[in-house]
Design a protein around this ligand. Structure first.
Ligand SMILES: [Zn+2]
Length: 429
């Protein structure tokens, strides 16, 4: 079968423009019309105000009845790849990236939590023209779109931007509270915002993904990636086995017959309940320095959480040279079954078997997956008991500060194979 490629037009970002090409057209600001203090004063951007509904089901029904037209271009459907013939339906995309500038990885790949560094690339450096809209909850409960709205610097807006980063792909980015310059780490509020975005899109083919540091995030500035692909992902078709149902009706299952071990979250009385459960699990992983990817599918009704160890294996020299040579970075889309391939050869030879072989290297071992699940369920169970912060149930040190923040509180540290600190070149493209 002949595979065809549909290439995505290359948009040149502020960051990719040669400095020498820059002409400071504007009399004020840095000349790049960026999102920093040099260019923000007086700037206006579109604003999309979403309905803050609490129930995913009702949201979907409402959207269905109104047959609501997506207000802006980010909801346009774009087919990037072609489905590989085979049982699982992995998707192959060739992204040779010759036109893309390669930049060295700017942070360690062995630490899931790292502080924000304003000297490195971050999304405040992109041009305002790359921002599609500000994204916030509507005050009156109705969807509103304002083509030109002031930017409230004091109350940092979340924005949806075109993804023109030279080292990431996908279509749009959701950047929570962009001006706060949050590092790449999940918090409850940001995760709920991401869920609202998938619910707002109201299309099961609209997915939102998250890569932690160490799991092939390439920018340490909090962001989610989102795009449409009008085929089911293999991970979405994988069978699951239920582990438990929580008090708030969130059902947690584990993936079966899929190369990467992972948890699936579904149901929940409210969107908030679902969001809190998953974000607490994410916080648990990042506090334990376990890299992970998240896929939000089906309008926010199904969320996949996938701890991974590929970068760690790379550093330990445990990945076969054959797989390393593909230079594939197994981030959220790859793990979900959309393989972005760097070499023509791999694209031409794309098969379920090859995809499976790569993804099997990404997965935690069964034993390690059980250990990690135990950590996650400990945190979730402590929430189930009505204890807001797990730390309150742990033995306290005499001098423990009275208040512990949510992110500090979650987990009992357990010894596990620490991520190695060897220097490595993961060849981020
Ligand atoms: Zn500027």
């Amino acid at each position: 079968m002949m595979l065809r490629i549909k290439r995505v037009p290359t948009v040149v970002s502020n960051y990719q423009k040669d400095e020498t090409e820059e002409t400071a057209r504007r009399s004020s600001g840095c000349g790049k019309n960026c999102l920093r203090s040099c260019c923000i004063p007086g700037a206006k951007l579109p604003l999309y105000a979403f309905r803050k509904l609490n129930n995913i089901e009702s949201e979907k029904v409402v959207l269905g009845i109104e047959n609501k037209e997506p207000p802006v271009a980010f909801l346009d459907s774009l087919i990037l790849g072609e489905v590989i013939p085979g049982e699982y339906g992995f998707v192959a995309q060739l992204n040779e990236g010759r036109h893309l500038k390669k930049r060295p990885t700017e942070f360690r790949v062995d630490k899931v939590l790292q502080p924000f560094d304003g000297n490195k690339f971050n999304f405040t450096k992109v041009g305002q023209e790359e921002v599609l809209f500000q994204f916030e909850a509507s005050e009156d409960g109705e969807v509103q779109f304002y083509p030109s709205a002031p930017i409230d610097v004091e109350n940092s807006p979340s924005v949806v931007a075109i993804n023109v980063s030279p080292i990431e792909y996908g279509h749009v980015l959701l950047i929570p509270r962009i001006l706060e310059c949050l590092p790449q780490r999940i918090d409850r509020e940001s995760f709920l915002l991401a869920l609202y975005m998938t619910a707002e899109a109201g299309n099961p083919y609209f997915r939102l993904g998250y890569n932690s540091l160490g799991a092939f995030a390439t920018i340490n500035h909090l962001h989610f990636q989102a795009y449409y692909l009008a085929v089911p992902f293999p991970i979405e078709k994988a069978p699951t086995k239920k582990i438990t149902t929580l008090n708030d009706e969130v059902i947690i299952s584990e993936l079966l017959n899929y190369p990467v071990r992972g948890l699936v979250f579904e149901g929940g009385n409210t969107l908030q309940a679902m969001s809190d459960t998953v974000s607490d699990a994410c916080i648990c992983l990042q506090e334990n320095n376990i890299p992970y990817n998240v896929l939000i599918s089906d309008c926010g009704k199904r969320i996949f959480l996938l701890p991974q160890c590929y970068a760690e294996k790379q550093a330990l020299g445990e990945v076969s040279p054959e797989l390393l040579d593909t230079q594939v970075n197994p981030a959220v889309w790859e793990i979900s079954g959309h393989m972005v391939l760097k070499r023509r050869k791999d694209y031409d030879e794309a098969s379920d078997e090859n995809a499976w072989r790569l993804l099997a290297e990404v997965s935690l071992s069964d034993e390690r997956f059980r250990e990690v699940n135990a950590l996650i369920f400990e945190v979730i169970a402590s929430g189930e008991d009505g204890i807001e912060h797990a730390a309150t149930s742990l033995p306290k040190e005499p001098d423990t500060k009275a208040e512990s923040t949510e992110e500090e509180s979650t987990i009992t540290k357990t010894s596990h194979r620490a991520m190695v600190t060897a220097s490595l070149n993961p060849k981020y493209s």
